[in-house]
Each structure stands twice: as C-alpha cells, then as structure tokens.
Write a protein that binds this ligand. Sequence first.
Ligand SMILES: C[S@@+](CC[C@H](N)C(=O)[O-])C[C@H]1O[C@@H](n2cnc3c(N)ncnc32)[C@H](O)[C@@H]1O
Length: 677
Amino acid sequence: MSSANQHNTIFLTPEEDERMRKTLKGRLQKCQVLAGQPRVPGDPNSRLNQVATASLLSDIAAAPDPWLKAQNGQPDAIVAFVVGYPYPPCTVLLQDLQPMDLSDLRMDTHHRGRVLTVRRVTPVVKLVAFSWTVVQEESSGEMERLEVLLHKSKHGEDILETGSIFVVKEPYFTLNDQGEPTLRIDHPSDLVCTDFLRADSSDFSTKEVGDSQSAFSATTPTALTAKTAREYKEDGNAALKQQALLLAHANYTQGLQLVTKDSAVKEELACDLFRNRAHINLVLNRLDEAKADALASLTGLEDQKHKELDSKAYFRAGCAAHNLGDFQEAKRFFEEHQKLTPGDKHAAALLRKTESRLKEQASGMYDFKKIKVSLAMGRPRVDAASFTLNTKVGESPGHGRGLFATRDMAFGEIILCEKPFCVIWGSEDEALTAMTYDGRDDKIRVFPAGLCKAVVQKLLDNPSQVEKVMDLYGDYSGIGKQIIMEDSGPVIDTFQVYDIVARNAFGPGPVYTGRNDGGEDEGVRKASAGLWIIASYINHSCIPNAKKEYMGDLMVLRATRPISAGEEITHSYDKSSDYDARNAALMKTWGFTCTCALCIAEKADGPALRKKRYELESEANALVERDEAARAKRLSILKARRLDQSINSTYDDKIYNGLPRMALLKIQKWLAEATTR
Ligand SMILES: C[S@@+](CC[C@H](N)C(=O)[O-])C[C@H]1O[C@@H](n2cnc3c(N)ncnc32)[C@H](O)[C@@H]1O
C-alpha cells in the first residue's frame, strides 16, 4: 500500500517489533515441531466451557494493544494475526473426496483428498479477525474446535452461523495463534454449509452452553418438509420483506431447482423466481448472477403485464451491467427497458447516465465539477467510467510488467482515470487495518485486511472478475488466474488475494470533497485502501513522470512532465527524500530495491555523505516547520540560505546533472515563498 498509510500511522520500536514477531512466530515454530503427529482428542466439556467463557478471554483484537501506539501517542486497538505459510484451496469436487474421521487428523497437516463432516454444537464466538465454534462428529461424538480466519462472513452474516452441518474439504488441522489445536479454514470454499435453509441457528442463544447433550440437540435440524417451488417463492418473498437477503436468495434458488426439474410448471413461476432473485443479487452486489437472472426471467410476452415485468428485468440487467462497468451492454438493456415502458422517466435518466459513462470511457473528458458536487453530497464512490486508452500493459525489463504510453502526452495531461475494483473508506464499517506476521519473510506489516476481505467477497460473488484480479502481481501465484468453478461459486485462493492486496493496494486517504493526493487517514485501525487494476501495473521510480490524485474513488493520473508514446509510465511508491529510508520501505512493502538513476547516484555517495546530508536536511526541515515562510524574519532567511548552500554542497554537480536534489526540495520551496512575499 502507499507509504502514506503503511508507514506513517503506526510506529513500532525495534523492541516492540521483535516482541510481536517472537509471539506470532512462536505458533509457526510449534506447528513445525508437531507436524504429522496424531491429534490428541480434547475433553468435550472443557471445549464447550471454553466457548462459554470466550467472551471473558481477552481477544487480542478487542483490547487496546500495548504493543502499538497510534501517531498521537494514544494506545489504539489493532488486530494482529499470522498469515502463515500459503497453501492452495481444495479444487477437488466434493463427490471425489474420501470421507475421514476426526480421529484420522494429524497435527499441522493438510489432509489432501479427504473430507470431514461435522455438526456445530455451540454458539459461534465472533472476534475481529476470526470466528470459532465447537463441532462434533456424529459417528463418534468426538468434538473439535473449528476456526474461520478473516473471511469469516458472507454479506455481513457469520459463515459459521449460517447453518449447523458443515463439510470441511481437505481439512487443515493446526494450532491457532493461542496455541490451541483447531481445524482452520483460510479459504471460504473449503467450508460448505449443507443445511442453510434447515438450521435455525438462533436456537443456540437460548440454550445453556456446557451441557453437550442440550447443545447437540439444539442443532438437530428440523425435518425438511417437502416444499413446492411456489412455497419457496413465497418464503423467499417473506425473507426479503425482513431483509434476510441470504435466506431469500437460498429460497429462490431452491425454488428454481424444482421448477427447472419440472418443466411443466416452469414458465411463469421460473420467470418470477429468476426476476426476484435478480433483485436480491443486485442488492448483494452479486452482479454476474443478477444480470443472468434478469435475462433468464424475460417472458417476451406482448400483454401489458408481461411487458412491465420484462421492463423491470431489463432495468435489473442494466443496473448489473452498469455496476460491472460494462456500459455498452448497460445501454442496450436500458434501451430495451425504455422501449417496453416508454413513459418511464427513470429509464430515460438511466440511459443518459450510461451514455455519459461511454463518453468518458472514449474521451477521458470528465465533468469534474459534477463529480465534486456528488462528493459534497457524501457519495465517495463516484459514478464515472474508467479512461485507459492512453495506456497499455507491456513488459518492463527487470521490473515485470509495466504500463506504457500509447501516445505523446503533455505536462499536466490526464494519463489515466480509473475507478477501483474495490475501495474501503476508513469511515466504513468494513475498514480494518491489521498487523500481520508473514512467516515467509519473518516480517510484520500493516495490512488493509478490510480491503482483502472485501476483494475476496466480491470475487466469490462475481466470477467474471476473477481473472483480471488474479492476474495482478503477487509473490505467491496460488491456483493462478484461471477460474475454477464449483457448485457454490468460484474457488478463491485467499493467500493469493492477500499477496495481491499487499503488493498493489493504494491508500486514497480520507474522503473529502476535492482533489486528494492520498494523504493521511486519521487513526490506526481504519485507513482507507483500494485496488485499482490498471494502475496496479504502474512501476515505481524515484524520478517519476506521473502523479496520482483522487476524486472520491476515481484515481486521476497526470503527467508531471511531457511523455512520449511508448515510454513507461511510473509513479513514486515512496516519496521519502532519505535514500536509506526509501529503499528500506520499498523492500519491506514491495519487495524490491530501486535502481533508478537517482538511487544509483545516492547509493554511490556512500553512507557518510548521506548521513551528513540527512542531518542538514533535518535541520532545514525543522526551520521550515518552526518559522512560517510568510512571516519569516531576516535571520531565519539567512539561516535557510546557509542550510540550502550546505545541503547543495553535498551534491556533486556532474553526478547530479539532471537529477532532483531531494534534500533541497522543502527548504527551497520555503525560501521561494519567504523571499517573494
Ligand atoms: C504494483 S506492482 C507493479 C506491476 C508489476 N511490475 C507487475 O508485473 O505486475 C508492484 C511490483 O512491481 C515490481 N516493481 C515495481 N517497481 C519496480 C522497480 N522500480 N524496480 C523493480 N521492481 C519493481 C515489484 O515487484 C513490486 O512489488
């Protein structure tokens, strides 16, 4: 993520970093020692009691963490978790997996090719970074702990709470961060709930935890009475009225399975179910299915009633296409919508909006005033299209892929305007900044965990988007970018998303109603972060030719000097003027050492000269901070001039010919202001 959010808001002293690393690393080391050893069954009652007392235990995520301090010196709560060693999700179909028992489990082992069926027997303990519960195997009555990491909820509902009978694909049995043995779910597709419509999970809240029998009976699913497709539709409508969106979706889906099996009743009822599910899907942002459902619901009948229903379907398909950024298709659907209900003013307005997006996409001309008005009205996600025609992705020798100019561009010209694939603002409930310990390089990082969760959710809901996101750069390539579909949706490798977010996310800064260059967020736990796909291909240079700013969630990239067609576009991932700090940050966050002309020159200066320059620059910066340029006294100006000269003398004119002298930037700006007033 951009330096503004990665390094400036949280400070760890070397001792704090070491202590945290030791604790988090401890689990990975214990796991290595225990790997392959048979599981030792725990005492069932103590497991159940653990749940009851869980709320009393200190959740590392819930309590103010003495390890970390916010910038203002106040302790702030922050989540810390171990990323561990990446492993791929199960890609084998359920029917091809061999059943196993809890007694077959081995410590710190991925049980490839196997599947475990368990029943949840306690309420779910919901913490910030994970949820856990106790599950029981029916045949033996044995119990075990089951934990879902980070991606623990679906549209706001905790996955473990959506049912009681779970199938764990290729179970991973390991130790959790507190050293307890647990079944651990990292990839949402590795956990399948088989009784979503049957289990009434609210039962748990009324039962005493601690008595295994009562807890067990609480989960017994009520016998499934055979419902008709029409009844599923009615139940779906009732669930929708109560805003139980996932339940409504499940009911319509069940209904559709019945009608598609029984073609005699298909027509009218199937169309209703598809149309209703399209609405739910739109609300849930499941845009691929919303569009497909809306189109499947079309009757094509000519009477007024059916024309209105089909118009509604086209409206839903148009909204889905618009929100997916497919404006050409959205235009087509809104035109059909308008044809069927010509007097509908709403339809005409939607069509005009889509036409504006198509113009932006083709020309890069935006009505920035209008965008500012919409921001002022509190809408941080602006309705705008991406403009990418000035750029193309290509190979950048030594830097992987990069973004290149397709035509000459003048200073200040817009190179790229891009809407994000996903952005989470610091002010939103989903925002979550975490400290992660990565076993692969033994480093602690500040990580936009809320963004990572949102990206995974969006991909699970919209398979059409998987390839372009999974093609982004990350050290761990996981299952690759080709989509693997299962009955319940695409398989998403969460470790792959973690790496992609870590290496490609930017911090757009707090939302405000004008140009924003990605400045500081307030607070530690909730920094804004987003993923812009095309901008993710832009490599770093300390002497860049482009600068990004944000209008809400629209990234606007402008040329900071003339750019020729074919030239690589670069921006600065870290603007620190201190060579050592800049390269340490580039290595920690982005995994590379910069070899641009400026870095080569500064490196060649050697540590002693860099130290001297840094000390002079710090003195100059202190003066800039202390004395306002507009009111500067003669003495300050004299001192500033002396510092300017001293810093300048640390640069060799021949070596730095044509290169920026970074340590001079602030003091020279101050001097220019102080002497021209
Ligand atoms: C946001 S991605 C940029 C696109 C990436 N090069 C690709 O192939 O998709 C960031 C990653 O690109 C590479 N990178 C960017 N700028 C670089 C530079 N100046 N030198 C070397 N590697 C660079 C690093 O691996 C970094 O983690």
